[in-house]
Design a protein. Sequence first.
Lengths: 283, 609, 330
Amino acid sequence: MSAALELQPIARRRLSLPLLGLLSGILVLACLLLALLGPVLAPHPPGQIVSPTVFAAPSRVFPLGTDYLGRDMLSRLLVGARYTVGTALPAALLASLLGTGLGMLAAVRGGLTDAVISRAMDTLISFPSLIFSLVIVAALGSSLAVLVGTAAVIYMPGCYRIIRAVAVDIETKDFVRAARARGERTSDIMRHEILPNIVTPVVTDFGLRFMFIVLLVSNLSFLGLGLQPPLSDWGGLVRENLSGLSVGAPAVILPAVAIAVLTVSVTLLVDNLPGRKAAMRER
Amino acid sequence: MNADPPPHVAVSGLTVTGNDGTPIVADLSFAIARGEVLALIGESGSGKTTAALALMGYARPGCRIASGGVRVGETEMLGLGRRALAEFRGQRVSYVAQSAAAAFNPAQRILAQVIEPALVHGTMTRRAAEEKARGLFRVLALPDPEGIGDRFPHQVSGGQLQRLMAAMALINGPALVILDEPSTALDVTTQIEVLRAFKHAVREQGTTALYVSHDLPVVAQLADRVVVLRGGRMQEEAGIARLLAAPEHPYTRSLLAAAAPAPQSPPAVAADAPPLLQVTDLTAGYGGVTAAGVPRVPVLHDLSFAIAKGSALGVIGESGCGKSTLALVVAGLLPLARGEIRLDGALLPARVQDRTPAQLRAVQIVFQMADVALNPASSVAASLSRPLRFYHDLRGAAARRRVAELLDMVRLSPGLAARFPDELSGGQKQRVNLARALAAEPALLLCDEVTSALDTVVGAAVLDLLAELRRELGIAIMFISHDLSTVRAICEQVMILYAGRRVELGGRAALRRRPMHPYTDLLLSSVPELRPGWLEGISFTHLAEAAGGLMPADAQLPCPFFRRCAVHIPGTCDVLLPPHRVLGKGSEILCQRTEAELLDMQQTASAPA
Amino acid sequence: MAEAAGPVLRAPAGRSLSAMVLRRVGMSLLLLLAVSVVVFAGTEFLPGDVAQMVLGQGATPEALAGLREALHLNEPAVLRYLHWLGGLLTGQPGVSLVNGMPVAALIGDRLPNSLLLAGLTALVTVPLALFAGITAAVWRGTLYDRGLTVGTIAAVSVPEFLFATVAVLVFAVRLHWLPALADDVDTDSLRSLARSFALPVLTLALAIFAQMARMTRAALVSTLNSSYIEMAILKGVRPVRLVLRHALPNAIGPIVNAVALSLSFLLGGVVIVETVFDYPGLAKLMVDAVSTRDMPLIQACAMIFCAAYLLLVLLADIAAILSNPRLRHR
Ligand SMILES: Nc1ncnc2c1ncn2[C@@H]1O[C@H](COP(=O)(O)OP(=O)(O)OP(=O)(O)O)[C@@H](O)[C@H]1O
Ligand code: SF4
Ligand SMILES: [Mg+2]
């Protein structure tokens, strides 16, 4: 039994996060709040040149210094959060939703349904994620919709594989067989027998998808192939200030650090989630 | 070897705790005299394995040896440092694990693993160790003692692997051998061979042994004395004869009672009651069906049987003979390849999807593993409400009332309704499981090894409950088990399967009378009895038959028992399908031999070895 | 009952080892074919007329028609796909839409550079990561192990360009040890080689190291937790022999699997690293091609990356198959 999956619904577990998990949870929450309230908190208009000095060092007026045009870095970071999170969150939701639904369907139906979906997912997963996005961006450009869609398509197969594996494991359990023997419909089996038992892996996996997608979106922006100015997410901020690297300007490093704070705390949070079991192996 | 200190073992005040301090084994004290076999018995979770491992100075991750002493010979083991402990293990004290299949390294040849204790401790040269190992293989009655060591673990059978592990334990001539449930995972017919080999080897080498088991009849064959363990504490210690004859502790008494359940009186079933379930020439298996209409992996072959309304049919056979497969086919979860199933005279569609609601309701299945048979995310009330709603469209207060009634029916308090499966004990889970099936108000209950995963005492209570339910509700039962005594206790009819064939079908009383099918004879003789000396009383014939074990190739033969059968007729049994014979005692068998021939041979063959 | 060891010798999977490996190779080829369909479909989405794009607005209708003919633009998509696939297989994946050079020549210039970068990174990372992963597994639960675990978990989720920018800042800008850019790959002297490769390799290695160490640790830990290891301890086997003789032989397959899978992360990392350090490799070529929408070039590069990726995953799976003693010794 020990090798089998922990069938522990998350809701009934007492939430006892270790310190690391608590800390990362707070950071994740903070990032999400920034994405929501960023523009309100920004001390300066983010798009406006407010200082004659480019790459100014942090001062009282510009707590994080200025960028390559002399704009306030703090304001740009606060607003950038919105684009980074705003692209990654819907994409991760989409990937998770599709992956979970299809994964459960393949597990419960089996046979041809499973084979067809699984082969299609195998194909999609045969692309290194960045390479796939490059092909799509070359063909369709890099609007918000294209980015969200691409990221969702790229990360859905990973979610599908994990959820399918978990669901197949549950599907062979006798309580599912009992439901089948009772004559229940596929949709009822998915809803009543499988879903309540995969909440933990779904949540865990969603966290990881979100983290991967933040990285992907940032990488694309960093390459100049993501959201186009004037929409600058954190990855874009790194790119536009790259020329400041040689003078050691904080404007290059800060947005990169912001991304890392978000992704690392999501990963650590997921890793310290109670009852986590989902594989970190994927992508 | 140099002069040994007296191989005498003394355990005093041994306490093993979990990392949080809760005791797993508490204040355990006993002694083993030189050359004595002491049995440590108790049910699952009673701390047997933890105690046994502590005797080697070892605690699994998550627990630690808190206090106490273990003296072997003149050495106090628990005081030793790591290095000295490693010196001791495998040399002075050795261990035979419960699952030999997991305890052998899959990547190394068997012989290398068997002689490793000799090599790491430098007690012998490689040549001498190999020579000694082959000698032990012979003592342990292993086939091909010269060559078997060159195989890999997956290339020998479970029973053989268990004996090979015993050879590994004995290679250094240790002062104490610890055997941890070494035969529990084996089928009865395989078990007798292993037990005989152990006994012979232990006696021949004059070994002092600790034999850990939950199985009293098995212990009765091997042990001189018994320590009864419960909840990590010693309940009783006595010589085996005294313990069996006059157990003192109430817990020991309940263990003894559960080991030999008394047959339940069957409810009155009209002799000519029309069959509720009628199965005719059923063939089924896995991997889909070939063009010829046979399954790719055939499991069940031409089974026919009937279950009358309100009666109970026991299905028995060794692991892998197709018992669970039969339950799945009848439940409609695995489509049959050939044959038909009728319920109340009407044809029962092969697939669940094609059955009518009334048919679905009438046949309910109860699974073996109570742990996985209940949805861990659903409360007891929710689990029971699903079938109520599905079959009877009961909701709200009416459903809640019915849930309470069902819980009462399986003798559980209604307060349990709000609990989740992980808050229930194994026995409680199995009762809820039963209640869920009863919620449908079925006519036929398919019970697949419902008590096998439970401790004997708890299992016996569930059996009692089943018998009561039959009397109260008049439900018919197909009771699947590998354990003859439980089948005998509750079924009037018994069907014996071998490699998916119905080798014998008859009344419970007929089962005890010869003549019988040669396999039935072997099976019955292989079930350990609760008296010392039973093991020695097994006839040569049965030992020879038991030694074979079922091989995959056997399933292709007209009679799959041919290779093992002591009375087989070469040229007939291996080419012609055996005919159905009705015996005078009322049962029906599948065999080439006539009733008179079988009777004659079985009477002469049962002389003890 | 769920007995593991019944008397029945369960028939092995029924397929020979070589058949399983061949089947797995065949599957990879099929996947590569499926990938090529997806990559090709990329062009179909291109808005506008490719010929127009190449020749610009001033092109004469005759010239346009001629180019369309040359690019098979008038044929149905299926035929064009087959042309393209045929070209790919014969080493002629078309010409660049931007500068008219043969794609094969463009790639031929850059591919060795990327292979060199990836090879050097692997050379540096594999021994280090194996050492870290194996020691962490053996000393699991210690402070060392926990530190490494948290560190690698964090490192896996840090974007490569952060590593890259910090590395430049520290080693090039602050300490002046190394040149920030590796633009002229000068393989003449070992010293200059080391100097120009140091930062790109360091950055890539950091990202891959974390992956590999984590996966190696996991592979060995699951072996160390098995019953036969406990049995070996109870036989009196000492720790060194325990790891070398009992655990590692069984963990080799899973570890090779982990190494191959981690190396596949190189393919994403190399895109970022080549861009940051302006390194003249294949990934940089592809990124530049994306900016100019030079489809034939993009497609060819994508196919190379996907093939490399599939190859690594294939190696990982084969390692897993070969490491099963049940299949090796029948
Ligand atoms: N899904 C499956 N696919 C292929 N073969 C299977 C499958 N399930 C079981 N088998 C095989 O069918 C045979 C019968 O299995 P079954 O589970 O019915 O045996 P059983 O008598 O219930 O055994 P046990 O006492 O161990 O529960 C075995 O040889 C088993 O390996
Ligand atoms: S048919 Fe022959 S081989 Fe089979 S049980 Fe009868 S006598 Fe033995
Ligand atoms: Mg079974």
